[in-house]
Design a protein around this ligand. Structure first.
Ligand code: FVH
Length: 293
């Protein structure tokens, strides 16, 4: 094993195991701990050191990467061992909310622990490949001190010292993913109801998906400037098109509640006077929710 910086991984589930495997493959001394010990066996065979206790894992080196199911689980694990973490950097790649990340950052700071919150925008299979992007937020020193080691997981992007930023971006990007996948599955169900197989629809769906991605720069500018002037399509036209989708879905015997909801938001924006503006004007309705809450 080379003398490259050592790293500890806490949590060897599907993702934690991929993280530890990536550190090992990059030549780092990798110490691992998991509640269920047998999940460490495969990594031990690859050269990982299996810590007998959480304390032994946390005190093995300067960098601790945690990836367990929930923040609650991680707090349970680390609370009794806070002294062992003092002076080290904890990188928490567990999924959670911005509030949980900020609470964890405050907990760590009070105990002299460097804290980086992170979001893994990848599946376990993508880790350590060019497709993997990991988002970090929290102590910039923590990121820069360990950037080289963390780069073994994939492209790392530091978002800023607000520890909640990684979780905000995680929800934003996953929201895009789930909405897009919902649309794809709905589209395939719609064409299937007309006797067209999903696989024969696929190439058209893929070219359409990449074409519609080209709208993002306009959407970004319009959301940022609140200038919804458009020569592409008006919200009134979009609202009518959404009505067609709802009608076609019902005719095909499909659940249309998501497109009903989108049409309702678009309709509210039209009633607010944005009918001649672009689709991005719906952001005014979306933001009103927080104001009303
Ligand atoms: N898998 C993925 O593609 C996504 C990608 C994006 C990020 N997520 C998040 O990563 C966290 C872990 O996800 P996972 O897929 O590794 O999940 P599991 O395979 O279920 O492993 C869970 C590990 O957590 C340990 N654990 C759970 N509760 C406790 C506890 N109370 N005390 C100690 N450890 C706990 C569990 O241990 P064990 O059951 O093996 O003993 C696993 O190591 C998650 O936040 C994803 O959202 C993954």
């Amino acid at each position: 094993m080379t003398d490259r910086a050592s790293v500890t991984v806490i949590g060897l589930g599907l993702m934690g195991s991929a993280l530890a495997g990536a550190f090992l493959a990059a030549g780092h001394r990798t110490v691992v701990w998991n509640r269920t010990r047998r999940k460490a066996d495969a990594l031990a065979a690859q050269g990982a050191e299996v810590a007998a206790t959480v304390e032994a894992a946390l005190t093995a080196g300067p960098l601790v990467v945690a990836c367990v199911s929930t923040y609650e689980a991680l707090r349970e694990l680390l609370a009794p061992e806070a002294a062992s973490l003092r002076g080290r950097t904890l990188v928490n790649l567990t999924s959670g909310s911005p509030e949980q990340a900020r609470e964890m950052a405050a907990w760590a700071e009070e105990r002299g622990i460097g804290y980086l919150d992170g979001a893994i925008m990848a599946t376990p299979q993508m880790v350590a490949t060019p497709a993997a992007v990991l988002l970090y937020s929290g102590t910039s020193a923590g990121f820069h001190d360990h950037e080289a080691v963390l780069s073994g997981l994939g492209e790392g992007r530091y978002l800023g010292d607000d520890a909640g930023l990684a979780a905000v971006h995680d929800s934003a990007l996953l929201g895009m993913m789930y909405a897009a996948q919902y649309g794809v599955v709905h589209a395939m169900a719609l064409v299937s109801a007309a006797g067209v197989s999903a696989t024969s629809f696929l190439s058209l769906a893929q070219s359409w998906y990449s074409a519609t991605g080209g709208f993002m720069p306009d959407l970004a500018r319009e959301v940022e400037t609140a200038n919804y002037t458009t020569d592409v399509a008006t919200l009134e036209v979009d609202s009518a098109a959404l009505g067609h989708i709802v009608h076609a879905s019902h005719a095909a015997g499909l659940d249309a509640r998501v497109f009903d909801a989108i049409q309702a938001v678009a309709g509210a924006a039209v009633r607010d006077g944005h009918g001649q503006g672009s689709f991005s004007a719906i952001v005014e309705v979306l933001r009103r929710h927080s104001a009303a809450a």
